[in-house]
Design a protein around this ligand. Structure first.
Ligand SMILES: *Cc1c(COP(=O)(O)O)cnc(C)c1O
Length: 541
């Protein structure tokens, strides 16, 4: 049926391009052509309001179809097949479509094959299923389209964001006088953390204002210490901040994938002995691969001793503030100078929704600028809350509304239960893998990520063969689409990864995914037996 529509749509388009107008005028099209341009805009006029309602209803129907028709996380569509469809799309004058036609086309180009993060067997990356109150908020956010830079473009929206910042600060446990701002993601929040760390250090040590003067030559010796499995956005930030990736000093992790504090101490001493200048330590609360949490309180102590900035990247682990049961795992975060929390990971929010937090609002001065047309100093003196001075963005989405509606409707307690569920599920899934001889489990989950590989003892695989087999399994799972998992490399060997974030995922789903892994492993062994060419690329995908 869909293919049928696809052909019909292209015939229509072709005819239209040929100027054969008569053929293309289906009922909708006539309506569309008669529509006044002002009805395309969101406004108070009767025609616009009904067009808005109709359009949203049509979009909603397309989304509901996506939910109804897809019973797997992915269709497995080959990349070249999808690219081929795009090569037949021409954006140009005179071939506009109705919204309905555009949605039909969009199904073919995107919706039919989009990866379904809501599916219980999607266990690949840090993509959470999302909450409906937040989706209702998205409608309001994009329709009213407030911008968060200034009071005069946001009014109540600024107060909603401030209230949520305050709520998060309290949950983190920062003292009075802390502050924060919503950001586009953990990457931006980490950049802000390191920016404040750098500029605070420069200001304190060189009596230089980096905002106006730039960074001193000594900055070539600045060093930022973080665990060897911290997020790559730290390197990227260091590079953007003119410190170079060389400034990032990786500290080994222990057997639980937590930063080893003895090595951290040693590294600081040896850096200093070499004439380098440690300016910050970044702890990760919830590493992207393992969900492991660095020993925050111990690291805080070391940071204080050496008088360096302490940033906590809790992009993943931030969700633990919602859970009474697991909140203690974050103890020590309240001693940090700044922190990153991604609401679009463990608060079940649609992208983007994230926050940056600092223990003392005076640090804002390192990023605040004043523009007479936006936020003059006079306005500030009058107490007008302009958020632009806290952000590295100017025009900024009212993403806070999603979390607001979520906390008002779903509530903190139920969010906490979702976190508890996925952590519990991760523990049970790890147990399943541990008890199965065919698997090697790398971590005992502290959050909801499990790293493992399929490596049956009786096959006596070499490390290279095991990597090849597990990469094969992941590829097959992806192109089959029944269940999606991730892969990662640890010490240059390929491992598989489950990231569990869906409260709908049950242990039975995990059992079924494990069965799929075994199925693909079997075909791998059978193929290599049949062709008698073991460990070569068994099939092209
Ligand atoms: C995901 C992640 C980030 C990056 O966050 P984005 O929202 O993707 O920019 C940073 N740190 C950690 C530990 C993460 O897991």
């Amino acid at each position: 049926m869909l293919a049928d529509l696809w052909i019909r749509y292209h015939l229509n388009r072709k005819n239209r391009n040929m100027g054969d107008k008569e053929n293309t005028i289906i009922g909708n099209q006539r309506l569309y052509r008669q529509q006044h341009l002002h009805e395309h805009f969101f406004n108070h006029l009767a025609g616009s309001k009904s067009n808005y309602q109709k359009s949203i209803n049509q979009a909603t129907s397309a989304i509901l179809e996506f939910l109804e028709e897809r019973d797997t996380p992915f269709t497995g569509i080959p990349t070249d097949q999808l690219m081929e469809k795009f090569s037949q799309v021409f954006i140009g004058e005179g071939n506009e479509l109705t919204l309905r036609e555009t949605l039909e086309e969009l199904k073919e180009l995107y919706l039919n094959d989009a990866v379904a993060f809501h599916h219980p067997k999607y266990v690949a990356h840090l993509n959470c299923p999302i909450l409906i109150p937040a989706l209702a908020a998205e409608m309001i956010i994009s329709s009213v389209n407030s911008s968060m830079d200034t009071w005069d473009q946001s009014i109540g929206a600024t107060l909603i964001e401030l209230k949520l910042i305050e709520w998060t600060l309290t949950k983190i446990g920062y003292p009075h006088g802390a502050d924060g701002v919503f950001t586009s993601g953990g990457t931006q929040s980490n950049l802000m953390g390191l920016l404040l760390a750098r500029d605070h250090f420069i200001k304190e040590s060189y009596k230089l204002d980096p905002k106006t003067e730039g960074i001193p030559v000594e900055a070539g010796k600045f060093r930022i210490l973080c665990s060897e499995i911290s997020h790559f956005s730290l390197k990227k930030s260091a590079s953007l901040l003119g410190l170079g990736q060389k400034s990032i000093v990786p500290i080994p992790v222990d057997r639980q994938y937590k930063m080893d504090v003895i090595s951290l101490n040693k590294a600081i001493h040896s850096l200093k002995a070499q004439g380098n200048i440690p300016i910050a330590i970044v702890a990760t609360a919830g590493t992207t691969d393992f969900g492991s949490i660095d020993p925050l309180a111990e690291i805080a102590k070391i940071a204080r001793e050496h008088n360096v900035w302490f940033h906590v990247d809790a992009a993943y682990g931030g969700g633990l503030i919602l859970s009474d049961q697991h909140r203690p795992k974050l103890n020590g975060i309240e001693q940090s100078d700044s922190a990153t929390i991604d609401y679009h990971k463990t608060f079940f929010q649609p992208v983007s929704s994230s926050g940056f937090f600092m223990r003392d609002k005076k640090f804002i001065r390192h990023i605040s600028y004043y523009a007479d047309y936006l936020n003059s100093k006079e306005q500030e003196a009058d107490g007008v809350p302009n958020m632009v001075k806290k952000s590295i963005q100017t025009t900024r989405r009212f993403d806070a509304l999603k979390l607001w509606m979520t906390l008002r409707v779903t509530g903190v307690k139920r969010l906490g239960q979702c976190i508890d569920h996925v952590i519990d599920l991760a523990e049970k899934s790890a147990d399943l893998l541990e008890k199965d001889d065919a698997f090697e489990l790398l971590n005992t989950p502290e959050m909801s990520a499990i790293v493992f590989r399929f490596i049956p003892l009786e096959k006596k695989l070499s490390p290279g063969q095991a990597s090849h087999l597990n990469a094969h399994i992941r590829k097959c799972m992806f192109s089959e689409g029944q269940a999606l998992l991730a892969s990662t490399k640890i010490n240059d060997e390929v491992y598989l990864k489950f990231t569990l974030l869906n409260p709908l995922t049950q242990l039975e789903d995990i059992r079924e995914i494990i069965a799929l892994i075994k199925k693909h492993a079997m075909t791998y062994f059978n193929n290599s037996l049949k062709t008698n060419t073991p460990w070569k690329e068994p099939m092209t995908l």
